[in-house]
Ligand binder design. Sequence first.
Ligand code: ADP
Ligand code: MG
Length: 726
Amino acid sequence: MEYSQATMNLETPINQLKGVGPAFLKRLERLGIRTIKDLFFHFPYRYEDFSDVRPITELSAQQSFCVQGKILAIKTTRTWKKKMFLTEAVVEDKSGAIKAVWFNQPYLTKNLGKGDFIFLVGKVSRGKQGLYLSNPVYEKKLDDKALTHTARIVPIYPETAGISSRWLRYTLQSLLRQFKNNIPEVLPADILKENNFPQRDQALWQIHFPNSLKEAQQAKERFSFEQLFLIELAVLREKLKLNKEKAPAIPINVDVIKRFVDSLSFKLTDAQRKCAWQILKDLEKKRPMSRLLEGDVGSGKTVVAVIPALNAVKAGYQVVFMTPTEILAKQHFREVAKLLAPFKIKVALLTGKEDKVTSQKIIHETRDGLKPEVLEISRRKLLEKTKQGEIAIIVGTHSLIQDKVKFPEQGQGLALCIIDEQHRFGVEQRTKLIKRKGQSSREIPHLLSMTATPIPRTLALTIYGDLDFALLDEMPTGRKKIITKIALPKERDKAYQFIRDQVVLGNQAFVICPRIEASKKKDREKKSSWDEVKAVKEEYEKLSNNIFPDLRLAMVHGKMKTKERNKVMLDFKNKKIDVLVATSVVEVGVDIPGATVMVIEGAERFGLAQLHQFRGRIGRSNQQAYCFLFTDSNSQKTHQRLRAIIKAEDGFQLAQKDLEIRGPGSLYGLKQWGIPDLAMKNLGNLPLVEKTREKAKELLREDSSLKDFPLLKKELAGISKSLHLE
Ligand code: ADP
Ligand code: MG
């Protein structure tokens, strides 16, 4: 592969490489590779060391070796059933000769011929006529070229169908050669020096084609540092940017808040009071708040958010309340409207895509201060009323940040954005939301994000370092602790009988299965165990035909249409279904107060925090709830891990445990956050996290605009984008 260097840079799309057509493009895309840079940063996940080239006579069966030699003979034949091509070659070195055998690679004889000098790597087997190499990796030795696949430390990459490590090695080696001295360094010189890191282009060579495992390790350390450092910088810069902005200072109206708290049908927990107060104090300041409210499922976050919302509205401002899904938007709309019914506040719901003008739009207005009346109005009217400042609180999905939604230019305007289960919402987006005109110094809204995902403190500081935190660490009283048990396969019948008994009492049950079908990647990694996975469909068939033929069963999974899924969930909520068989889609969803039992199949396959989230779907009423964790595993480690969930009081402990045992990748939701692989692996590495943060702070103190580090700045733009900071 030869390319014209003049026209290529790191950002060049991968399809501009010769030989990368639409089919390859698609496969590469699956690996997340779109540009040459992505390819360079597709790192090996392990290496095989074949640098030791052995004399042929020293080989022994059942082990892998690398040998070199001359081809004495080579031929391809068809096997007797004519079903298979068989290529056989005899290769000789100074010590002796050995046969190499390949199946179904007839083109080999086109590449290799008698007299060629080759390297072979493969497993030695014993046949009738002695030892032979079966299906070895081969490589011709050309005079001037270094070896790529043999007689060295060979990188093994994450692959996908049609993209082999061999292809990646070949392409990478040729490309890296062409980019020699043309890969800009992004790390400041003193950081390189201090840590003894190799230069970026050198490090890329070292990570892909190391001369020793030590070289590979050195490069890995450099890139781990680099990726975390970039994340820290991006997050800290976002914070600096925010500090320069102004937000409306909203005075605390103690009277109104008191009235609101008195109007509630329950008593707020101390944690709720504390968090609400923290937020109110933030909003009093001219500095924009960026706060993440963390609290377990059912800890009562909504009402905490409604308090500052009400306070802002009473001071004459608008509030938006954004949710990730339509179901949640509707649920929040109802909830907020109900909570604020005594205050004669206009709450609106905006859902659907921009082009679906017929989608539901409901505006609701309190008349008698008790029962909210809900009126349907057109989208156009709703947008108009929002722009005129007539609507106090507007609830909706992401469609809220579309250009069409405008808030008043004059008057108080939008002061607070509340976001449920969506943590990233940068300064840019906030600015966009209020449509700042020209250079005028209009204020930007405060931000309150909410999440039920327990994020360990170390992690939170790294990826959400631009946010402050508030923790709801107390559950409303009256909730009973869910009784959780680890169940062995032989206890299955008992569990089913238990479900039956509960259904007779008028209660409902969940059965959670690990996945719809074995995913490709996992399949490759642990084939045998995935064969046993209870596919949700199979489980549903089994339960409805054999176990509970007389009960009402249904299933939900991610491959269903949203509409169908919503219908099933609604039926379940309305007690038209007794047992719901589901995949992890139930993690985020509607409340099912009637569900008192949950069976989790293949429990060992889930992270602890995730199991905790599942479990949070039950036990939401005053009835005692039960959770059975089924596992076929006899591993002591698995049982120990599962026992942690029986003991744990809250999701944070579990998340921290998960982080320690399974690594950051296991944390629910972390995969979507666009964190590069190495950084992900190192998120649990506290010393490195702290070091990179310190260095990032230091650099920003000296040069907050990074004017002396243009390449670093450019690199940051990419990171900020993938972290959704911009
Ligand atoms: P989450 O934190 O999961 O968003 P919600 O805000 O949906 O939780 O609250 C869950 C349920 O608990 C709601 O029905 C809500 O009315 C109720 N709730 C909230 N706070 C309290 C409290 N202090 N005491 C009793 N029930 C409460
Ligand atoms: Mg909630």
